[in-house]
Write a protein that binds this ligand. Structure first.
Ligand code: F6P
Length: 332
């Protein structure tokens, strides 16, 4: 065992931010890898909020038994705004020290990674981040745990909606998650043959209503009997209903709205998410034991690697114009 290895005798794992399918697989991988390496492992309930409340649970191999297939997180999660405060992070560090915890694994998105980075930066405790969010918007990793399942859930829902849309010759606006991230909308749009994809907007000013209406009318002319518009929720709630109103009032197009909402966050993780989470959990523990101090486990060109955490703090809007182009080209 190297010098670095001896420094870490116990670690804790928590989930933070929005839950995502596969978080349980990541917890399982962290706990069992750490146990296998002879460490004490603690699960922290309810993310940073639970950390501050001292909600620690010693984990053993059975604590994570029979969870690999379940969505959500057995540790629960929270969005802890207080963790933006340096004073709060100081308190968290002292709680970890009192509990004799040498390193922290954080499973979550950008906000959670920022908290982990600050905690490390200010107090030196080693931290590992496992990207867990359905939004696929963490810089540095090609995929985040939960994205694949969320896309699959939405695709299955849109397929069902398409059955009704074609049976009744209707247009549907299907709203998917993504306040700032285009990833779900683009992937779902391509995979369901959507006629239009509306990317996240702040105030609808980017929406080209005439183009949407034109596409629908052109489709009808060439014999299509249904149209699907995939709209990302964007930053201002109600985008789908606003599109519906404009299509009705200005273009005499009747469209139905279906908001998929949080069904995209739950459900059994896909095999891709399970595999990714298992690999990331394993790499997180070994990275810490190899002496890495602040890093994220990232999926880069098919491999799970460690990347300095401060390189992964930016929110990425995976806007890839060619996905939009692809969807358009194939849904003529
Ligand atoms: O976790 C990511 C996400 O699902 C976003 O896609 C969505 O905009 C947001 O979280 C919703 O958060 P909440 O469940 O806290 O309303």
């Amino acid at each position: 065992m190297s010098e670095a290895n001896k420094e870490i005798k116990s670690l804790a794992v928590l989930c933070s931010g929005g839950d995502s399918p596969g978080m349980n697989c990541a917890i399982r991988a962290v706990v069992r890898t750490a146990l296998g390496r002879g460490l004490d492992v603690y699960g922290i309930k309810r993310g940073y909020a639970g950390l501050l409340e001292g909600e620690f649970e010693k984990m053993n191999a059975s604590s994570v038994g029979n969870i690999i297939q379940h969505g959500g997180t057995i540790l629960q999660t929270s969005r802890c705004l207080d963790f933006h405060q340096a004073e709060t992070r100081k308190e968290a560090f002292h709680i970890l020290k009192r509990k004799k915890i040498d390193a922290l694994v954080v499973i979550g998105g950008n906000g959670s990674f920022n908290g982990a980075w600050e905690l490390h930066n200010e107090h030196g405790i080693p931290v590992a981040g496992i990207p867990g969010t359905i939004d696929n918007d963490i810089t540095g990793t090609d995929y985040t745990v939960g994205f694949d399942t969320a896309v699959q859930t939405a695709v299955e829902a849109v397929d069902k909606i398409r059955d009704t849309a074609s049976s009744h010759a209707r247009t549907f606006i299907v709203e998917v998650m993504g306040r700032k991230s285009s990833a779900i909308a683009l992937h779902v749009g391509v995979c369901t043959g959507a006629e239009n994809i509306i990317l996240p907007t702040k105030d609808d000013s980017d929406i080209d209503f005439a183009a949407i209406a034109g596409d629908i009318q052109r489709g009808i002319k060439r014999g299509k009997n249904s149209s699907i518009i995939i709209a990302a929720e964007g930053e201002t709630p109600g985008v789908s209903h606003r599109i519906q109103t404009v299509l009705r009032d200005e273009y005499k197009i009747d469209a139905h709205v279906c908001i998929l909402g949080h069904i995209q966050r739950g459900g059994n993780p896909s095999s891709l998410d399970r595999f990714l989470a298992s690999r990331m959990g394993w790499v997180a523990v070994d990275g810490l034991l190899n002496g890495e101090k602040a890093f994220a486990t990232c999926f880069i060109k098919g491999e799970v690697e460690t990347l300095a955490l401060d390189k992964c703090l930016e929110k990425r809007n995976e806007y890839r114009p060619y996905y939009e182009g692809l969807a358009k080209a194939l849904s003529i």
